[in-house]
Design a protein around this ligand. Sequence first.
Ligand code: FE
Length: 183
Amino acid sequence: MKTAEEIVDQLLLLLESAGSYSYDGEAVSQLEHALQCAELARSAHSDGETVVASLLHDIGHLVEASRPHGELGVIDHAACGAQYLRELGFPAKVVDLVAAHVAAKRYLVAIDAAYAARLSPTSQRTLELQGGPMSAEEQAAFAADPLKIEKVRLRSWDESAKRPGHPCAGLASYRSLLLSVLG
Ligand code: FE
C-alpha cells in the first residue's frame, strides 16, 4: 500500500513528464494546460477538491501514454483518468469532476451556441468522437446533477487553459493541497 506522499510523488512525476507532450494539437504542453486550468480554479476561490480535479482532469491522457496498449482509447480519457484517481484513493468529488469533463462539454455545446462557437478547432474535432452534443434526455440528467455548476466551471477553465507562454504557479505549489485532498 502506497503512502499519500508516494502517491503525490507519482502524480507530480507524471505531470512533470507531461511538459514534453503537446496538449492535443493545441499550442501548450499537457503540463502547461493542467497548471493553467488549476490556476483558473484557484483564482475563482474553488474548494481544494475542485482545484485538484482541475489540475488532474486530463491525467487519463498521461496514463494512456505510459501504457503501450491501453484498453481505453484517448476518447475515453475522462473515464480512464477517473478510474486511475479512484484507485489512488481520491475522494468521490474529484473522481466525479474528472469523469464528467467530457460530458460537460457535450452538455454545454447542446445548450449554449456561443460556447460551441468558442471551441478550439481540435476541441470541435474531438467532440464528434466523444458523442457530439447531448440529447434532451442526457441534458436533463446532467442539469439535475448536484455537481453541475462545478462541472460546467471546470469545463470553461479547461477551454481557457490553452494560452501559450502564460505564466502561472508551478507544480510544487500544489503538493500540500494534493496531500490534504488525498487525506
Ligand atoms: Fe483539458
